[in-house]
Design a binder for this molecule. Structure first.
Ligand code: NAP
Length: 283
């Protein structure tokens, strides 16, 4: 079986490679090398954010790769301090300037921040709609939006988000938000797909990996993609970047999928902050 990365078609007609490379917590000084390695291996989708402080290095790595800009799907995100429309416009200009690109493939509101900005993320979303209209964001979406936040956008805004990027891994299935996305044509992007390594020692997952002669990371990433989610594991270790890429040449049967889904601990499995209360503003 060939290891071909499928494209997922978004609700705006654009397509996104189902497997990408995440760069959260990659130091700027290490980013050109890590992203360069990922592109060399065959990744064609990079997930960054203004908050990660490495947009410039992501842009540099894409240019150095010699690939045509159109061959690489680049996502970035609006940082929490910039939700007011004028700030969002300036922040988006800065993102494109840092990347040295004239468009991003996907631009997201990083967090809904429902306890800040008088609870208004709708005017922020309408500002992202402008970026889509002027073509500088090919697709726009959200991150860390809960069902109530998505319902509010559906009621008050024009454009349905092209994706919702949320925490999902075997210990935190995030079932309600994923189900809302499935019902409304909003694919889920699963962040921290291996829970930053915390699921790798799980005895059930170790057993499955041994049975299949794969690594635990590969099994977990395979589980995500068979559920239809988009993933972008992060690593600065070349051998792991390579390993995480090889997840399209084997299958998990239904019983194995259910065993992994059954590891869900509900809210107790969440590793990151709860989007209903998260209110971090960078200095
Ligand atoms: N929207 C949001 O709010 C949000 C939040 C978090 C993350 N994200 C996005 O999602 C991406 C992925 O999530 P993440 O970076 O939090 O965590 P992750 O991808 O679940 O895990 C990354 C960690 O696992 C290790 N690792 C990677 N592959 C491995 C393998 N094959 N075997 C063993 N260990 C492995 C890495 O170590 P080494 O690097 O040392 O190899 C790193 O410590 C981020 O980079 C970012 O793009 C978005």
């Amino acid at each position: 079986m060939a290891n071909t990365i499928p494209d997922i078609t978004l609700n705006d007609g654009n397509t996104i490679p189902q497997l990408g490379f995440g760069v959260y917590q990659i130091e700027p000084k290490d980013t050109v090398e890590a992203v360069g390695k990922a592109l060399e291996i065959g990744y064609r989708h990079i997930d960054t954010a203004e908050m990660y402080g490495n947009e410039a290095e992501v842009g540099e790595a894409v240019r150095r790769s010699g690939l045509d800009r159109r061959e690489v799907f680049v996502t970035s995100k609006l940082n929490n301090g910039f939700h007011r429309p004028d700030d969002a416009r300036a922040a988006f200009d800065s993102t494109l300037a840092a990347l040295k690109m004239d468009y991003v493939d996907l631009f997201l509101i990083h967090w809904p921040l429902p306890t800040l900005y008088d609870g208004d993320f709708v005017s922020t979303w309408r500002t992202l709609e402008e970026f889509r209209r002027d073509g500088r964001a090919r697709s726009i979406g959200v991150s860390n939006f809960q069902v109530a936040h998505l319902e509010r956008l559906a009621a008050e805004a024009e454009v349905v988000p092209a994706v919702n990027q949320i925490e999902v891994h075997p210990y935190f299935g995030n079932a309600d938000v994923r189900a809302y996305g499935r019902a409304h044509g909003i694919p889920t992007e699963a962040w921290s797909p291996i829970a930053q390594g915390k699921v790798l020692d799980d005895p059930t997952l170790v057993d499955i990996a041994e049975e299949l002669d794969r690594t635990v990371a590969q099994v977990v990433l395979r589980w995500h993609v068979q559920r239809g989610d988009i993933v972008f594991p992060k690593s600065t270790t070349p051998q792991r970047i390579e390993e995480n890429f090889h997840i399209f040449d084997f299958d998990l049967d239904d019983a194995t999928m259910e065993r992994i889904t059954g590891l869900d601990k509900g809210e107790a499995g969440r590793q990151g902050p709860n989007p209903d209360t998260f209110d971090y503003l960078p200095a």
